[in-house]
Design a protein. Structure first.
Length: 128
């Protein structure tokens, strides 16, 4: 692989954790291998590895953008990543307030439901 891929994988593991990345790598097929390489280089090395924002700030921005654009499928994954990025529950509250004002209350409301459920799972308080 390339140096950019290696840097992307390093950041991806730092943010998402080895267990998540190992599962994703184990589930990779020839069909999505090129896509996985692309997002590792473009997202993780190209954006997440940049020095200006901290991982905490990138985490907040990413969750805000996912909610604002209605890309709810990755919200839980990025909420779980806050354990590694340092983004707090208060950060997520503030981010969703911004989403509500600038992107719409329904999007923020849906994202908040996912965030609450994920935080409960992380705390071991998920409903049985």
């Amino acid at each position: 692989m390339s140096e950019k891929f290696d840097k992307g994988m390093e950041i991806r593991r730092k943010v998402l954790g080895d267990a998540h990345v190992d599962r994703a790598e184990a589930n990779k097929t020839p069909f999505d291998e090129t896509f996985q390489e692309y997002i590792t280089e473009a997202a993780w090395a190209g954006v997440w590895a940049r020095p200006h924002f901290s991982l905490r700030e990138r985490s907040i921005v990413t969750l805000s953008l996912l909610a604002a654009t209605g890309n709810f499928a990755e919200i839980a994954m990025h909420v779980r990543a806050t354990a590694n990025t340092g983004a707090t529950e208060d950060d997520l509250v503030e981010a969703m307030l911004h989403v509500a004002v600038y992107a719409g209350v329904p999007k923020a409301n849906h994202a908040i439901a996912i965030i609450k459920e994920t935080l409960a799972e992380m705390a071991g308080d998920a409903p049985k």
